[in-house]
Design a binder for this molecule. Structure first.
Ligand code: HEM
Ligand SMILES: [Cu+2]
Length: 593
């Protein structure tokens, strides 16, 4: 690959790196396992659009029920795939830029925690005992192994941060005056956000939910659980996005044939994410009655703070692409768009990244609607929401993940791409699919179509008295887009696993298309240090979240007993009379199902 010959920039040595065989194997497993599971993940995506369009009028298909499928879809695509990938990509970036490898024991430990956790959760979901969706809001109760499994997966993903920080400090001692490579900064910021936000969800799972799910505690504080979940849940979105940002800043300009417009812009964006990512989770709880208005307003304002690093990124990357286009001979204001290597099979990663970036424009704009408290009332829990987030998590995030997984595997294994012409078309097909899909869902959402609902049973069933013909065109668009996405997804799996089956044709090396900076500003210590930013993060977190947690513990309403997804009556053994299902102020005795 020609773009990889660019070594030795600045004081850093950015030449290729030969990965130790054990590390290479772990990275392959960390990329391969979630991609294999993705086949289940996107199968259920397809099934959802089929049910929703009223093609099926039943609650289950092939032994798997709608909510079981929706749980598998959310957990596999948005939690398992993203976490495994972030760890694998982190190992690769840290090793490549710092020229040192993580320790074997900790890397293996992390891997096994994640694998065993995933297996536990997968068993619970596939056996139908945890159809509680990836947000697992109580009072829906899943099998304890579902919660334990997700907790293990998360804890496993913490270990590398400790290892990478050690490598980073070692490197910094040796290179005190060299700017921390932007990719390393992005990776560390990402995993710090992840560590802080997952502390809340670990607490939610282990202290609030598990004792209740196991039957030791009769009721649960739903508001507290939701507040803890969203402390994690919004930052999760940035944990998904930051690996894609690392690719946009560090690799996309080079792939396009140009330079990164400003290195400093990337640093500022990374640190702003550090302070703004977590203290905004309440914007998912605008409709939760226990949380008071002031907190909602404050976190809503902070949410608009997150648009700053997003706009910095949009302008910097656009300028970098313009520079690349002009170097390739583009003229006029927007002529550079026509000169980029859209279908170059040698730079297939470009296609994945540019397509993701394009979708992100729509993802970002629809996100601003969600974050606005008043507008949020209109689209809350409607199909608009999945319409929005498929243009983020299934857009830049997903395309970055699959493109980079293919790139990492192909370059480090020294194999040629299987069906390279197809590989470069997949992201465009995905974009067409998502645009149709999201138009259908967003439009549907605006005219009241609900999310998380098997519409085929009622609203899209002409035999039902609830039949709503206005949602026929919207769900049909969802179906059409979903089918295209499904086909693109399967084509990707064929390309990825097909490449794995090929014979090695060169020596594999760890190498990245590293972009030089056009404006390589001199090192400013404030933007090369973590401590002041970590302190700012802590202060804002306390201001934004202490009142929210006080609200959640002080006025949560009556505690809720355990419900299974298929029954409106709580799980219980003694006192089976009807009165026990309502007005649950007194604890009941429950069975351990
Ligand atoms: C074949 C491609 C896909 C199709 C057809 C599809 C379709 C859908 C549909 C229709 C829903 C909403 C269902 C409902 O609310 O009742 C949904 C939810 C969701 N999708 Fe996808 N999707 C696809 C790929 C992806 C990918 C690649 C990701 C992430 C990387 C993703 C993440 C999610 C998440 C997190 C939810 C929310 C689940 C929930 O509400 O609990 N999807 N998907
Ligand atoms: Cu959010």
């Amino acid at each position: 690959m020609t773009e990889n010959t660019n070594a030795n920039q600045n004081a850093l040595s950015l030449g290729d790196w030969q990965l130790s065989p054990w590390l290479k194997r772990i990275i392959y497993w960390e990329l391969g396992i979630p991609l294999a599971l993705l086949s289940i993940g996107i199968y259920h995506g397809l099934m959802q659009v089929i049910y929703r369009a009223g093609v099926l009028h039943q609650s289950a298909f092939a032994g798997l029920d709608y909510y079981q499928g929706l749980t598998l879809h959310g957990v596999i695509n948005a939690i398992v795939l993203t976490t495994f990938f972030a760890v694998a990509f982190g190992h690769a970036t840290i090793t490549f830029y710092l020229k040192r490898e993580p320790t074997k024991t900790l890397t293996l430990l992390s891997f096994w925690f994640m694998v065993i956790g995933t297996l536990m959760a997968a068993w619970a979901m596939l056996s139908g005992k945890a159809s509680v969706l990836y947000t697992f809001y109580p009072p829906l109760k899943g099998h304890p192994l579902f919660y334990l499994g997700t907790a293990l997966l998360i804890v496993g993903s913490w270990f590398p941060l400790f290892d990478w920080s050690r490598l980073y400090r070692q490197w910094k001692r040796e290179n005190p005056e060299t700017k921390t490579p932007l990719a390393v900064l992005g990776t560390l910021v990402n995993f710090i956000i992840w560590f802080v936000c997952t502390l809340a969800v670990a607490y939610e799972v282990l202290v609030v939910i598990l004792p209740w799910a196991l039957g030791y505690k009769p009721t649960v504080n739903v508001t507290l659980a939701r507040t803890l979940f969203w402390f994690f849940g919004h930052a999760l979105v940035y944990f998904w996005l930051l690996p894609a940002y690392v690719m946009y800043y560090n690799f996309l300009p080079k792939l396009a044939g140009g330079k990164l417009y400003s290195d400093m812009a990337g640093r500022i964006a990374a640190f702003l994410f550090l302070i703004y990512s977590v203290p905004v989770g309440v914007h998912h709880q605008f409709s939760d009655p226990s949380i008071t208005k002031g907190i909602k307003l404050f976190q809503s304002i902070l949410t608009f703070g997150v648009t700053i690093p997003s706009f910095i990124t949009a302008f910097t990357i656009a300028a970098s692409l313009e520079y690349a286009g002009r170097k390739r001979g583009a003229k006029g204001l927007l002529g550079f768009f026509t000169k980029l290597p859209y279908l170059d099979t040698d730079r297939y990663l470009f296609a994945y990244l540019i397509c993701g970036l394009f979708l992100f424009i729509f993802g970002g704009l629809t996100g601003i609607v969600n974050a606005s408290s008043e507008l949020n009332n209109t689209i809350h829990n409607s199909a608009w929401i999945p319409g929005h987030f498929h243009m983020t998590v299934a857009g830049p995030v997903f395309l970055g993940i699959i493109g980079m997984s293919l790139y990492l595997y192909q370059t480090t294994s020294g194999k040629k791409l299987f069906m390279s012409k197809v590989a470069v078309i997949i992201p465009y097909l995905w974009v067409i699919g998502i645009l149709i899909f999201s138009t259908g869902l967003s439009w549907g959402g605006l005219i009241g179509e609900p999310r998380r609902t098997n519409l085929g049973l009622t609203y899209l069933n002409p035999k039902s008295e609830l039949f709503t013909p206005e949602w026929v065109p919207t769900t049909m668009l969802g179906l059409l887009g979903g089918i295209i996405m499904f086909i693109a997804g399967i084509m990707f799996l064929v390309v990825f696993f097909g490449t794995m089956l090929k014979k090695r044709s060169a020596e594999g090396m760890l190498t990245f298309p590293v972009s030089e900076a056009l404006h390589d500003e001199k090192r400013i210590p404030l933007f090369d240090k973590f401590k002041p930013w970590l302190a700012a993060m802590a202060v804002i977190l306390v201001i934004a979240y202490v009142p929210a947690f006080v609200d959640a513990t002080k006025n949560p309403g009556p505690g809720a007993p355990r419900f299974t997804p298929d029954n409106p009556v709580p799980v219980q053994t003694e006192q089976p009379s009807a009165t026990t299902t309502t007005g649950l102020t007194k604890p009941l005795s429950f069975n351990k199902n």
